[in-house]
Design a protein around this ligand. Structure first.
Ligand code: SF4
Ligand code: SF4
Length: 107
């Protein structure tokens, strides 16, 4: 499992670099061309912290066979205190799970 930064969506805010507990993300480029990049994909343990802070859902997460099917990808969309976890399966079947951050610790 690992993440991938979609550079076409990244606005270069740098929030993900501050959120990663392993310091795995860095910024490359200057000014408007500044984009996040992961140093080594194999070092990522999939905690999703970077995805949760990204304001434009620019980070995708590849799910293993045990987590929704090989080849599935997930992005997180923030909307107020809700997280929408969008999962796209290899057959293009989409699933969305919505979590209220204010109630997340109840489950
Ligand atoms: S998923 Fe977690 S470990 Fe992987 S790059 Fe993002 S913040 Fe770092
Ligand atoms: S948080 Fe999202 S938009 Fe900001 S630098 Fe990281 S990937 Fe790009």
């Amino acid at each position: 499992m690992s993440i991938r930064v979609h550079e076409d969506r990244c606005i270069g805010c740098g929030r993900c670099t501050e959120a990663c507990p392993g310091n795995l993300l860095l910024m490359q480029g200057t000014d408007a061309g500044r984009k996040a990049k992961i140093r080594e994909v194999r070092d990522c343990w999939g905690c999703t912290a970077c995805m949760k802070v990204c304001p434009v859902s620019a980070i995708g997460y590849f799910l293993g066979a045990d987590l929704g099917g090989s080849g599935s990808t997930m992005t997180i969309e923030r909307q107020g205190h809700y997280y929408h976890w969008h999962i796209r399966k290899p057959d293009q079947h989409d699933v969305t799970i919505t979590i209220d951050r204010e109630n997340a610790n109840q489950y």
